[in-house]
Every structure is written in C-alpha cells, then in structure tokens.
Design a protein around this ligand. Structure first.
Ligand code: G1P
Length: 289
C-alpha cells in the first residue's frame, strides 16, 4: 500500500522571479489556495496519509500554511464566519504533513534522497509542486497507485507532449503492455527533439520504491550539473523495474508565468463562488481582444 508522499519544494523558483524572491513559488495563489495546497489535496484524495515536504530556507510561509491558527479560528467562530472557519479547518486536517530541509540544492534526485528516513522500506508517491493536475475522476496519483498495486515497480506518470515542448522533460522509451500502460525501456532527461525516444514525458508524478536510494547514491551530476531523478530511474530501468501510466487529467505547469496564468484562469472558471461571473467577464474581455 502506498501511504506516503514526498513533495520536493526546495528550489529557488527562478522562473517566477521576482515574486519568488520573497514568496515561495509553491505559495503563489491559484484563485484562493497556494499551488502546494492543490498538490497536497491530490495526495490526500489518492489515499496518502503522510506527506513529507522537502523545503529550504525562506519558505516558512509554506510550513505555517498547514498548521492551525487558533486565534484566527476563535475570531471567525466568534463572528459566526462558519464558511471561512470550515475552510481553515479542512486545511489543517489534510493528513500528517512533515518538513525536512534540503541543505544543498543539488537537483531533484538529491532532494528525493532527503526522504530516505521518512519513507524507509515503503514505496512512496512523489508529486512535484509545479505539476498540478485537474481531474474529475481518479486523481493522477491514485491512477499511479492503482498501477503500482498491479505491477509492484516504479511507476512514472506520463502524457503526450508535442515536439515543441518535449525537450523540457524527462522522456521515456515506452513499450505498450496495456491500455495506457507501458514498460519503460529507456529514459533521458531533457533530450534534444532529434534525440527524443518518444513523445511521452514524465510530468511530475511518480511512485518510487526504496531501490531508488541506492540508484541516487550511484548517480553522478547530469543535465545542468544536477543529480537528476531521471538518471537514477534509468539505473532501475536496466533492472526491468520501471513502468509508466498515461494518466488522465489536465496538467498545468504552474512553475512558469504562462502555465501559471493558464492554471489561474481555468481554476477560476471552475470555482463555485466566482466561476460564472468570471466566465461572463472573460467573454466580454475576449470580444475586445
Ligand atoms: C523535472 C524533472 C523532469 C520532469 C519535469 C516535470 O524537471 O527533472 O524529468 O519531466 O520535472 O515537470 P524540471 O521541470 O524541474 O526542470
């Protein structure tokens, strides 16, 4: 059973500067909740009970977001603002959230390595805080856990990405073994388009097994001089342990300006409170564009 998740959130967020100089990019708001909240909610909705967020200095707001604010709760109760109170309470009831500091920023593989004591001998989910998925059906991580329960290997969440964008991602060489299910026979981090092994890219959702830690320890710096998770996974591919799921859901890259704006607009359109009014506003605005 996969009951633990790791959310790496220690990076500088350079694609969102200057805001990310003082506001962790994971705390930038999509309608009424920070990006990291969507990812934690996905984990909980997938059956995860314990979450480790890998953090770094200057991100205290992210930790405070998940702890109860008793004064504020008492004030909301006294002024009968029960809807707001419910929202606050729901937030702090989102499973057990733990934090650990990544002491040096040496890449995604290195960040995941910080989770070793937390995950122990258990398989675990990894969700990158930039990769937000909207889905009316089973959450993306749940779809990966379902595949893990059948295959008991490393599971990568992948989707089709066009040639224009494929070089931004970890790209797999897939061998179809079922509907939307692949055995992964090779993988490369950020390949040039002419070297791509397919158009299926890993989009920030993984189920990893404890074997990943030895693989990370054996991994030398790769693309960008960083210890890449992709390179560590590649070592497990050689042992035949890696699969991929073409997961359902609309995925946003909330870690860059355009992706963040698209996510903001679409989550606003889906929002119960403001969705209809926002749609009317957008339609009117679009006429003048
Ligand atoms: C990371 C991973 C990459 C993956 C991507 C998904 O890259 O290294 O394999 O495809 O996340 O968003 P980053 O976006 O941190 O450069």
């Amino acid at each position: 059973m996969v009951k633990k998740a790791v959310i790496p959130a220690a990076g500088f967020g350079t694609r969102m500067l200057p805001a990310s100089k003082t506001v962790p990019k994971e705390m930038l708001t999509l309608v009424d909740r920070p990006a990291v909240s969507y990812v934690v909610e996905e984990a909980i909705a997938s059956g995860i009970e314990d979450i480790l967020i890998i953090t770094s200095r200057g991100k205290a707001a992210m930790e405070e977001y998940f702890v109860p604010h008793f004064e504020l709760e008492a004030k909301l109760a006294a002024s009968k603002k029960f809807d707001e109170l419910k929202k606050l309470k729901e937030l702090t009831e989102l499973g057990n959230i733990h934090f650990i500091y990544q002491k040096e920023q040496k890449g995604l593989g290195h960040a995941i390595r910080c989770a070793k004591a937390f995950t122990g001998d258990d398989p675990f989910a990894v969700i990158l805080a930039d990769d937000i998925v909207y889905n009316e059906g089973a959450p993306a991580t749940r779809q990966l856990i379902d595949a893990y329960e059948k295959l008991h290997g490393v599971i990568l969440g992948v989707q089709y990405i066009d040639d224009k964008n494929i070089s931004k991602y970890g790209v797999i060489k897939p061998e179809t073994i079922g509907d939307g299910l692949f055995r992964v026979t090779d993988m490369a981090e950020k390949p040039k388009v002419e070297d791509k092994m397919s158009n299926f890219a890993a989009l920030g959702h993984y189920i990893l097994t404890p074997e990943i830690y030895d693989a990370i320890d054996e991994t030398t710096p790769g693309v960008g001089g960083e210890i890449q998770l992709t390179d560590a996974i590649r070592k497990l591919i050689a042992k035949g342990l890696v699969y991929a799921v073409d997961f359902e859901g609309k995925r946003y890259d909330a870690g860059n300006r355009l992706g963040y704006m698209k996510a903001s607009v679409e989550f606003a359109l889906r929002n119960e409170e403001i969705g209809e009014d926002f749609k009317a506003y957008l339609k009117e605005l679009a006429q003048g564009l």
